[in-house]
Write a protein that binds this ligand. Structure first.
Ligand SMILES: NC(=O)c1ccc[n+]([C@@H]2O[C@H](COP(=O)([O-])OP(=O)(O)OC[C@H]3O[C@@H](n4cnc5c(N)ncnc54)[C@H](O)[C@@H]3O)[C@@H](O)[C@H]2O)c1
Length: 311
C-alpha cells in the first residue's frame, strides 16, 4: 500500500508513520511543520519506503496513493486558538481537497476526528450516538465545529461519491513526541514538574479526563483503516477516568518533583467530564487499550527528561 499520512510529522502522525513502515507500507508524510517537527520523523528519512513532503494541506494535492490518514490539524487548544480561521480552513477547504484526492485515486480515507465533537458533554460516558453539546461561537468552536463539519464532509463524500471513508473520534492521547510547549495537560504537567516550576491546574482540578497511550491509539487507527464495511464514527480512547488534580499529584510523585500545585481560572468552555464509551470499538475492531496510565506516564516522563536534558 502507498499510504499518505497528513500531519505525519506531528505527535500521533510520527508514531503512525513508524508503524505503517514496520507493516511494509510505503509512506508519504505530508506536513507543513506548523505544530509538528522534522525531529519527529528524522529517524525514518533513511528508509526507502518513506517520503517526506513539506506542503500545506490547503495547497493543491496530487499523490498516487491507496490510503489516506488525515491527521493534519493542530490539536492543542493553545495552538488551534492562535489561528482560528486557519483551524477552520484546514477542516473545511483542506478536508474537501483531500476528499477530492481520495475520490480521484479511489483511495480509502480515515479522518482523525475528536472527542471535541461532543463539546462539554451532557451524556456520560460519551458514546457515538450522542450528538454533543458544542458552543458554536466560543473560543474552542474553530476546532470543535471544524471537526464536526469535517465529519459531515466525510459522510457527504461517502454518500454522494462513494468515497471509502473511516472516521475515528480520538480522545486525549499522550506519549513521547508531544511538544514540550504545546500546552496539553500531560506534557504541561510533566515539563513543569521536571523543571521544578509550579504545576498549573485550571479550575479546582475536579474536571475529569481519560488518557490513551499513543501506541494503543495507533493500533486502533490501523484496525479501523483495515476494517471492512465499517465507516465509524468510532470512539478511540482509554475509558479509565482521572481528575486533573489527581493527574497533577501523580505526575509530581512519579517525577519526584518539589513543584507546587497552583490553581488558575478555568478557561471558557473547558469540558467538565470526558470518558469514551468504547463498546463499539471493542465489538467492531476487537480493540481496547492495553497500556495503563502509570506505564504510559513512566515512558512519557523518560522521554521528556531526555528532551529537557538535551536542552
Ligand atoms: N492528541 C490528541 O489527544 C488528539 C485528540 C483528538 C484528536 N486528535 C487529532 O489527531 C490529529 C493529530 O494530533 P496530534 O496530537 O498528533 O497533533 P499535532 O499538532 O502534533 O499534529 C498535527 C500535525 O499536523 C500538521 N499540520 C497542521 N496544519 C497543517 C496544514 N495546514 N498542512 C499540513 N500539515 C499541517 C502539524 O504541523 C502537525 O505535524 C489531529 O487532527 C488532532 O485533531 C488528537
Amino acid at each position: 500500500m502507498r499510504v499518505l499520512v497528513t500531519g505525519g510529522a506531528g505527535f500521533i502522525g510520527a508514531h503512525l508513520c513508524e508503524r505503517l513502515l514496520e507493516s511494509g507500507d510505503k509512506v508519504v508524510c505530508l506536513d507543513n511543520f506548523k505544530t509538528g517537527s522534522r525531529d519527529n520523523v528524522k529517524h525514518l528519512r533513511t528508509d526507502k519506503s518513506f517520503e517526506m513532503v513539506k506542503k500545506d494541506l490547503l495547497d493543491p494535492l496530487d499523490f498516487r496513493i491507496d490510503r489516506v490518514f488525515n491527521l493534519a490539524c493542530p490539536a492543542s487548544p493553545q495552538r488551534y486558538q492562535k489561528d482560528p480561521i486557519g483551524t477552520i480552513k484546514i477542516n473545511t477547504i483542506g478536508m474537501i481537497g483531500l476528499l477530492e484526492l481520495a475520490r480521484r485515486r479511489k483511495a480509502r480515507i480515515l479522518q482523525a476526528s475528536t472527542s471535541e465533537v461532543y463539546g462539554d458533554p451532557l451524556a456520560h460516558p460519551q458514546s457515538e450516538d450522542y450528538w454533543g453539546n458544542v458552543n458554536p461561537i466560543g473560543p474552542r468552536s474553530c476546532y470543535d465545529e471544524g471537526k464536526r463539519i469535517a465529519e459531515s464532509l466525510m459522510f457527504a463524500y461517502g454518500a454522494q461519491h462513494r468515497v471509502d471513508i473511516r472516521v475515528a473520534r480520538i480522545f486525549n492521547t499522550y506519549g513521547p513526541r508531544m511538544g514540550t510547549d504545546d500546552g496539553r495537560v500531560v506534557s504541561n504537567f510533566i515539563v513543569q514538574a521536571l523543571e521544578g516550576n509550579d504545576i498549573t491546574v485550571y479550575g479546582d482540578g475536579s474536571q475529569t479526563r481519560s488518557f490513551c497511550y499513543v501506541s494503543d491509539m495507533v493500533e486502533g487507527l490501523c484496525r479501523l483503516m483495515d476494517a471492512e464495511n465499517f465507516t465509524g464514527p468510532v470512539n478511540l480512547g482509554n475509558p479509565a477516568e482521572i481528575t486533573v488534580l489527581d493527574l497533577a499529584r501523580k505526575v509530581k510523585k512519579m517525577t519526584g518533583s518539589a513543584s507546587m500545585i497552583r490553581f488558575r481560572p478555568l478557561p471558557t468552555d473547558d469540558p467538565v467530564r470526558r470518558r469514551p464509551d468504547i463498546t463499539l470499538a471493542k465489538r467492531k475492531l476487537g480493540w481496547k487499550p492495553k497500556v495503563d496510565l502509570d506505564t504510559g506516564l513512566r515512558k512519557t516522563i523518560d522521554y521528556f527528561r531526555t528532551v529537557l536534558d538535551r536542552g
